[in-house]
Write a new protein. Structure first.
Length: 318
């Protein structure tokens, strides 16, 4: 049962920021906040519902400027938007794997970002697409690179009187592709044991730009900047992708939990990074990549569980 609370439903950003500064818990879709309140983790006496605020709504795409997404844009809207499937493949893969259809219909990108879960499916894809978030408050707006928005576990670069208002993502150039792989214990609604997002731009067969983001590999979603630097300028071939799988291990810090050991996550990370880079490169020219990616993901699950390296057995048991 939810605890008793006062509910506010402002229709202006200014009023919502004032209520937040006074200690009200902010609710967009409510898929995290109300669950935490029901479970006793959050006993907020005031809740401010921001769904009616026009400044946080809407989503547009411009071929020159890219995406301008209101913080209230839902995962389902992203999943069903043809622009996303065509230009931002990793975002489609990530948002379409969030919970159930009901959760995706309620849950918002802004809420997912501000919840700050290390396993969030939408954040890695936005990181590799070089997203920036707009924080708005009484002092005006601040635009912050998403990779700088996380200051630590559940700590954000967001002032007490600010709300995340919008997400801006540049338009990807020609000869670019992205992908997201979510590893779960079962082929059903589940949290990611590990998530890898990749983005590549090619000049001929050379990697002009590479971005890699990792989820459930550190206290916050992270970019693998050093691995990106190592790969830039190299040929887009299998040897390069395997090099990335090993290099990224030096930038990740997964923890052991009841769902998986850190050792198991590191073993997954090496394999999934290489696979996600292959898929991102293949997206550029191959329209059938989605069907094959699902088969590869299922094969990977089966192969790792049936024939795990000795170093991974502890992870499977945990």
């Amino acid at each position: 049962m939810l605890p008793k609370f006062e509910l506010y439903m402002p229709d202006t950003l200014e009023e919502a920021c004032r209520l937040k500064a006074e200690g009200a818990e902010v609710v967009a879709g409510g898929t995290d906040v109300f669950v935490n309140m029901h479970g006793g983790k959050d006993r907020s006496g005031k809740v401010v519902d921001i769904k009616n605020i026009p400044a946080l709504q809407g989503h547009t795409f411009d071929e020159a400027q890219g995406l301008d997404l209101g913080a209230l844009t839902t995962h389902r809207e992203i999943e069903l938007w043809d622009v996303i499937k065509k230009h931002y493949r990793a975002m489609f893969e990530g948002c379409s794997r969030v919970g159930s259809v009901q959760i995706r219909t309620r849950g918002t990108l802004g809420g997912n970002i501000c919840n700050g879960a290390p396993s969030a499916d939408s954040i890695g894809p936005m990181l590799v697409h070089d997203a920036r978030v707009v924080a708005a408050g009484p002092a005006g707006e601040r635009e912050i690179p998403l990779h700088n928005f996380y200051l630590g576990l559940k700590k954000l670069d967001l002032r007490p009187d600010e709300l995340l208002a919008r997400i801006r993502i540049p338009a990807p150039p020609a000869h670019s592709g992205s992908f997201y792989i979510k590893y779960t214990r079962r082929d059903a609604m589940d949290l990611a044991l590990l998530g890898v997002s990749t983005y590549v731009e090619l000049t001929g067969d050379t990697l002009k730009t590479v971005r890699i983001a990792l989820t459930t590999a550190a206290p916050t979603p992270i970019r693998a900047f050093e691995t990106e630097r190592i790969l830039t300028g190299r040929p887009a071939v299998e040897e390069t992708f395997l090099t990335a799988g090993k290099a990224v291990l030096q930038e990740s810090h997964p923890r052991s939990s009841w769902r998986s050991s850190a050792e198991f996550r590191l073993a997954l990370l090496e394999e999934l990074t290489a696979q996600a880079l292959r898929q991102a490169a293949a997206v550029i020219t191959d329209p059938d990549i989605k069907l094959r990616s699902k088969k590869l993901h299922g094969y990977l699950n089966a192969a790792l569980l049936c024939h795990p390296p000795k170093s991974m057995i502890g992870g499977i048991l945990n």
